[in-house]
Design a protein around this ligand. Sequence first.
Ligand code: ATP
Ligand code: MG
Ligand code: MG
Length: 548
Amino acid sequence: DTQVPAHFIRQIIATDLKDNKHNGKVVTRFPPEPNGYLHIGHAKSICLNFGMAIENNGLCNLRFDDTNPEKESVEFMESIERDVQWLGFAWAELYHASDYFEQLYIYAENLIEQGKAYVDSLSAEQIRAYRGTLTEPGKESPDRNRSIAENLDLFRRMRAGEFADGHYVLRAKIDMASPNINMRDPALYRIRRVHHHRTGNDWCIYPMYDYTHCISDALEGITHSLCTLEFEDHRPLYDWVLDALKTPCHPQQIEFARLQLEYTIVSKRKLNQLVTEKHVSGWDDPRMPTIAGLRRAGFTPKAIRDFCERIGITKQNSWIEMGVLEHCIREDLNDNSSRVMAVLQPLRVVIDNYPQDQTEQLEISNHPQHPELGKRQVPFSNVILIERDDFSDTPPPKYKRLVEGGEVRLRGSYVIKCNAVIKDANGAITELRCSYDSDTLGKNPEGRKVKGVIHWVSEQHALSAEVRLYNRLFALPQPDNEDNFLTAINPNSLEVLADCKVEASLAAALPESRFQFERNGYFCLDKDSVEGKLVFNRTVTLRENWEK
Ligand code: ATP
Ligand code: MG
Ligand code: MG
């Protein structure tokens, strides 16, 4: 087993357990807002939250932070559940912040009764103007000293729907001069007549994120509320709300650095824009850094979890190279995927001395290092297809593949020799005429060395396939740093090879199964496959040479 790095959150939890803080329990949660599909950044948070629970015999909940109904949907909720499960995690409980709307409302009345919240009639712009800046204190609203009785009455009438959207907000009464702007009487509730995908039209007031999140954590008995660094400045508010309400449980908020991954974007809002403006085919486009996209590209849950462990957890923002993620998937697929032969740009080869009506079933092992992955039958006949660039009539120095008059080994099969090159009127090569040495199956030829080994398929047995070669979606390492991230899109992120031929054994492959196409890379069978035309997505090249 590999050594697990002791990142700072692991250490905090270990110390808390030793000190019997939180009664010796670990309860975490992963709290996505269902306003898009999960991306690789969320995977970091998922692996951390579920990982800390699993390592410490604790529990981790999945909680939808669904307080922003305009942008949320059932489709997004379902995709999130699917993606968390696919990554290999099981939540203890599935909750929604909207489950707590009534309780949140009762708590808000409690704050009002304590004189710690008030109903404000300032408009959104006024509130912004009154808030002050980093260098200047804010200004108190004229409504700040409304009586408790009046605040309660107004808040109840807000709930009852007596006022138009935006007419009032409920604000916490904290400190307009606080150096922390989040503490300058933040809004707790706003009036918004929107249909909620779970609570329908029950509510016309909705609680704000900061107010909702800490109470939801407390209601679930969360011990360690792990979130990203941008919430560090919100922690005083998190603690203020829970202290004011004297909740039975007071979770500990701990912040860590967000994942920033080169050559991609991790923001649901921007990913949404890529989808709605059709820069990609959908949330699960294999170029997307979404879990669904990575899955469709052929990534494994194991590789993604491995990636999240390798990048570690720190408090320093940094950029992770795409090569790290690619390394993780290469390592997994190299170890676990079956080898098959696929010819992406076919060139016809006729073997003149092989009987025309004969088919031979060659047994080829699925993985050279893993005999337990078994063997398969690969048909061989007198007409085969090889890769166009595995033949050259003007070979560069050290070219080890097929040349006129030269020999090459067909993987798992015989040695062939090229005797003639057939060209069309324009001089393009259309066919090679070869002969085979019948004494070279599974053994070296007599008296000579044949260095090159190439892959092939039998023409009459091969299946047609479309192969989609994906490259990075962005041409720049930090597309977010551009004024408009769309200008950083890589115009060559997809190359479609429509006339590929793959070996017959792939007829039985199921969507999402993953293969190494010998010498070509790692590929995954796509859901777009139909009878007579398989579709494969390239997950990653065999080696680190993506520009190729
Ligand atoms: P986005 O900007 O993509 O919408 P978000 O933080 O608003 O991100 P949430 O749905 O609120 O998205 O995220 C759920 C959890 O995942 C949060 O705890 C959040 O901190 C975490 N998370 C989101 N993005 C990243 C990231 N890039 N790296 C690590 N954790 C992340
Ligand atoms: Mg969020
Ligand atoms: Mg967001």
